[in-house]
Design a protein around this ligand. Structure first.
Ligand code: 15L
Length: 366
């Protein structure tokens, strides 16, 4: 083993001395892709590693035959390796580990999701511009922006499902929401397409249809594919990300699930949250359903819990196996302090977007 000149990695050749017990541990490694001949590239691809700048490789011997590649092992994983992200059998065939890319992973929703999506046979690749605290052995950190095409192409390699949370999460000026949300989503979808990612879950929002009125819902529940009625520029940008998803599905057949998320917080935020809350556990259930969906095509679902006071349809989510278990009603005593709220009569509660229908357009929310 040689020290990398950058002192950031340790270089080894492949086939290398077996640095750890055969077929047990895995390490994060970087391959010098210019050294790969076509046929070898193909065999790497067949292990779903493709021609990568960065991937996870088993430490067992002979994975790559006699490919004259340099593998640079991340030094923060000294034996015993502490970043077990994927496993390969003795012949170098990838076992059935999943890689899930979460964009915007450092945010509030990403932080609720990370521990709940963790599985022994799953790597969570976490992308954000902000620091991501305390990665576990099953998490890979990627520092990057959803608007950076190169970073996104790298981040999407070997990924099964992208959970796209990144971007602007509140009202902001038009340039900001177009750049972070519409362009960002386009960049993510294009990178996913190029990497052959099967499914992308887009975090859309109730604010894409914020001017939908409770008292105008045809049945009891607002369908998940209700036509756009944005309440803000943020909501407008969420309509844009949904349209981007539709475009990539229609053009390239990529599965895109637009989750119109209600209020995804630890607890329901206020009385409106009694209808719109998405509990942390149900949020994870929803994402699991998106990951597991075989061929969802393009569809909308509502990202809300099984709230007693909901007026948003769960049928579309249930169709792909989303079965929410939580109910904001548990918090009703705490949240309803005066008269019983009337979701039809109260102009704020009667609209999906609540008070957002009245905020100043384009004024950054604090
Ligand atoms: C959203 O889309 C926002 O990102 C979040 O901050 C909440 O305001 C949520 O909607 C909501 O409507 O409660």
């Amino acid at each position: 083993m040689l020290r990398d000149p950058l002192a950031e990695f340790v270089d080894v050749g492949i086939p290398a001395e077996q640095p750890v017990g055969a077929g047990v541990a895995t390490v994060v490694a970087h391959v010098n892709e210019t050294a790969l001949a076509d046929s070898r590239e193909k065999s790497l691809r067949s292990t779903r590693l493709s021609c990568l700048e960065s991937f996870v490789v088993s430490a067992c011997t002979g994975n790559f035959g006699h490919a004259p590649v340099d593998v640079r092992i991340h030094p923060r994983a000294p034996p015993p390796w502490d970043r077990v992200s994927a496993r390969f059998d003795q012949s170098g065939v990838a076992m059935t580990d999943q890689t899930i890319l979460i964009t915007g992973a450092a945010g509030g929703v990403g932080s609720l999701l990370r521990p709940r999506l963790s599985r022994p046979d799953r790597t969570l690749r976490l992308l954000d511009v902000a620091p991501i605290p305390a990665p576990t052995t099953r998490e890979e950190i990627v520092v990057g922006s959803v608007t950076d095409a190169d970073a996104m192409v790298d981040a999407c390699r070997g990924v099964d499902t992208v959970v796209h949370l990144g971007g602007q999460s509140r009202e902001h000026d038009i340039d900001n929401v177009v750049e972070l949300n519409i362009k960002g989503t386009y960049v993510v979808l294009e990178a996913a397409r190029r990497a052959g990612v099967r499914t992308v879950m887009l975090a859309s929002s109730n604010h894409a249809v914020g001017f939908s009125h409770r008292d105008q819902v045809p049945g009891k529940h607002l369908p998940a594919d209700t036509p756009a009625r944005p309440d803000t520029l943020y909501g407008l940008s969420k309509v844009g990300i949904e349209a981007a998803g539709r475009l990539f599905h229609d053009r390239y057949g990529i599965n895109v699930i637009c989750a119109r998320i209600g209020s995804w917080f630890e607890t329901p935020p206020g009385v409106r949250g009694l209808a719109t809350w998405l509990s942390p556990d149900d949020g994870a259930r929803m994402v699991e359903a998106c990951i597991a969906a075989e061929a969802p095509g393009f569809r909308f679902i509502w990202g809300i819990s099984r709230n007693s006071r909901r007026w948003f349809s769960l049928a579309e989510g249930e169709a792909i196996g989303y079965d929410p278990q939580d109910d904001a009603e548990l918090f009703a005593d705490r949240l309803v302090t005066g008269d019983e709220p009337d979701f039809l009569a109260d102009p704020e509660l009667n609209r999906a977007g609540g008070s957002w229908c009245e905020v100043e357009l384009g004024k950054p929310m604090t």
